[in-house]
Design a protein around this ligand. Structure first.
Ligand code: SAM
Length: 382
């Protein structure tokens, strides 16, 4: 854990207001960035608040009672989010993930899901609409989310051991309530559910096998468990390479007890590498952003709670769409600006980190150096 004190003024991240191109270009759905990557996924953060204080994401020492979260007036309204989402869909987005912060803390989130579920692609198809949650409010909300048009959920869960879980969420939240949320989501038809476990060496690595056993035995193919390498996102979690357990180790540990066979990716740009239990007991995945960067086919854009567009999880600056949304820019203006931004995209942070070596990432997380501060994951969403 870091003991750094982060100045509050630094918490409103840098962004520039995009230029509206003089010659407007209508979306073709075929956008490519400078590395030839299409725009297929949009992650929308609906709140910067969370009821957990996981040390790898929102450490209590920084996100304490004095931390100034965004005022309600700064947040994009549901109408502003839906308008923006439609423009992204015109550009080729086919999948939207709601995230945060904790998205289920946003009041009437079902209302937003309902609006997004009405969007159709230019070919008349509905979008893939999903949400990532810590599961704490899922038992209460699953049925309403499904009724509003949500298709699937991803639930974050780092341990089945109650003491380890309470320690990791750092608000003493019991694991039983998250498991009840997963059950409720399955019962509501929000599956197949993905469960994401961030693995921190020395903290919860002993939970890898119990998690694999539990979800195999209790959910089979109904839940896909995915192991995420602890990432150097943001600048507050005191990330160190020696706390990263490489996905290859995770796979080796599981395969020791349950033989695994590799599976093909279901879609280009998929974050997880997939494996099936050889006995047909379901599937697992690993997300190896640190040891096997997947920037080369990253098709994700991220919209922050207050309308800043980020092109990379590790970005330090965004593009502020809100002044356009709240000014008198037309849909054509904003769509053209978004297209222009994507066409200029060159980010590939994780690949460059791999080339520079992990020490550089540790240094980037150090406030004393001159590297621009990376945006926090709780702000732009996972
Ligand atoms: N509150 C929601 C949740 O818990 O899923 C959504 C937001 S959270 C930022 C999204 C995902 O990011 C979670 O699965 C979380 O575990 C993951 N995450 C946050 N910080 C991370 C880090 N440093 N390395 C890897 N994953 C991280």
């Amino acid at each position: 854990m870091t003991d750094k004190v982060i100045p509050l003024a630094d918490h409103r991240y840098a962004a520039r207001v995009p230029r509206i191109p003089q010659r407007l270009e209508a979306p073709t759905g075929l956008l490519r960035d400078t590395l030839g990557r299409p725009l297929h996924d949009l992650r929308i953060s609906v709140t910067d608040r969370c009821n957990f204080r996981c040390s790898y994401c929102m450490p209590k020492e920084v996100f304490d009672k004095d931390y100034r979260f965004l005022p309600h007036s700064s947040l994009l309204s549901f109408e502003e989010i839906t308008r923006t989402a439609r423009l992204f869909v015109a550009h080729g987005v086919r999948k939207i993930r709601l995230t945060g912060g904790e998205p289920l803390l946003r009041k009437n989130i079902e209302g937003l899901v309902e609006q997004l579920a009405e969007i159709r692609t230019p070919g008349g198809q509905p979008l893939a609409l999903t949400l990532t949650t810590n599961g704490s409010l899922l038992a209460r909300k699953a049925a309403a989310l499904k009724a509003a048009g949500l298709q699937r959920v991803t639930v974050s869960l780092d341990s089945l051991d109650d003491a380890v879980f309470r320690h990791m969420n750092d608000v003493d939240f019991p694991v039983a309530d998250v498991l009840a949320g997963i059950d409720a989501a399955r019962a509501a038809g929000l599956g197949p559910i993905k469960v994401n476990m961030v693995v921190k060496r020395g903290t919860n690595e002993q939970e890898i096998l119990p998690m694999a056993r539990y979800f195999r035995e209790n959910h089979g193919g109904g839940v896909v468990l995915r192991f995420i390498e602890y990432m150097d996102v943001g600048a507050t979690n005191g990330w160190r390479m020696d706390e990263v357990l490489p996905s290859a180790d995770v796979i080796a540990r599981i395969a020791d007890e349950f033989p695994l066979v590799p599976l093909e990716a279901t879609a280009p740009g998929e974050t997880a590498q997939r494996w099936a239990y050889a006995d047909g007991g379901g599937e697992i995945g690993v997300i190896s952003s640190v040891t096997q960067a997947f920037c080369h086919d990253c098709s994700r854009a991220r919209l922050s709670t207050e309308g800043k567009l980020y092109l990379c999880l590790f970005a330090s600056a965004g593009h502020d769409l809100r002044p356009l949304l709240r000014g008198n820019a037309s849909d054509e203006d904003i769509a053209s600006a978004i297209g222009h931004i994507w066409q200029g995209r060159a980010d590939r942070y994780s690949e460059l980190r791999a080339l520079r070596g992990p020490d550089s990432a540790e240094a980037d997380g150090n406030d004393n150096n001159k590297a621009p501060r990376r945006v926090e994951m709780s702000y732009i969403g996972g």
